[in-house]
Write a protein that binds this ligand. Sequence first.
Ligand code: SIN
Ligand code: CO
Length: 390
Amino acid sequence: MDHSLSNQLPVLDIDIQEFVAHYWQKKPCLLRNALSGFDSAVSPEELAGLACEEDVHCRLVLEGSEEKPWTVRYGPFEEQDFLDLPVSNYSLLVSECEKWIPELNDLLDQFRFIPDWRIDDLMISYAPEGGSVGPHVDQYDVFLLQALGTRRWQYCETISQDEAIIPDLELAILQDFHPDQNVILNPGDILYLPPGFAHHGVALDRCMTYSIGFRAPTVTSVLESFTLESEQAGDNVERYRDTDLELERHHAEITDTEIARFRDMVSRFLEQSPGLWCDAIGKMLSDSAVATPEDVDSQPVHLSDLQSSNWIRHPESRILYHCSAQTIEVYYNGHVHRLPQQPEILEKLQTLCENYEWSAELIRESLKIESLGNLLIELATNQAILPIED
Ligand code: SIN
Ligand code: CO
């Protein structure tokens, strides 16, 4: 596929200050002509082609075609699956499209006023007339960019409270949906929805929607990462103690005093050093599907290898950083690499983070700083960056 997206991509035309102050994580917002003149880099046929490839996460949602009101089928699909589809009332949804069509990262770049780690993926959907995935609630923020044709969006301006879903379906579709907004989106229009607002988008004609979705880790996933980090740091993990053992109790009872001791123990555990927190969060947020170093069956990369080609970020790689007083922690795919805290190092690191492709020149420039050279070698050895074959 040849996608010259960067040549034609309009600039996101919204008042970012106002958007963040009044809408982000607060309430839905219709952004008319936010990407005026936007033209989808991917055609419906190309999307269907992608949905036939192994490892691509995709699904088909059909309304009322079988005995259930809604059915879902998961890909990868075959050409025949598409030939067998009805003419209307279905949707094809392909997740993580930016991993397969790297040019789509140019579009994600337009949303960089939100931190990199918050971006989850770019999902693209195609639907003929009548196609939708039903009224539902998502637990994440999403920008719904109209990419082709028109779609009617109905949504609620107030947050949903545990609304009933239709039983016995693989999809969580609302039993009752009472929208108070009804809008038609044209290419370049964006509907922003925070988590928890019920919505329903129905294609009015051949329609494509790009969903730029965000992630928000749960407290349990943070605790999991923190616990793992503490264990790996090898600190002596405190155990339950009861020097003031109470004798006035039944021996089978668990007392409130004991529960309070456990809670205090966990509170003390969470008060560990900021460095431990930083690594726990950095590793969690940069975690990705890229194989861990132990699983990577590759030869160590040398400076000469780095210099001899252009490099590209592994499509699944996440590279983030944090600034401490003395060091810069670079987190990539669940690992950490520490660099000295120096302005010229930080500046080069930021340039690397801003670019999807790392030209031989950018690499050469970075290699002038020895510690950055070590980082690049580690990234390449662990396949966080890949050489571009000519
Ligand atoms: C769609 O693209 O059809 C659905 C997106 C959504 O409602 O989240
Ligand atoms: Co949704």
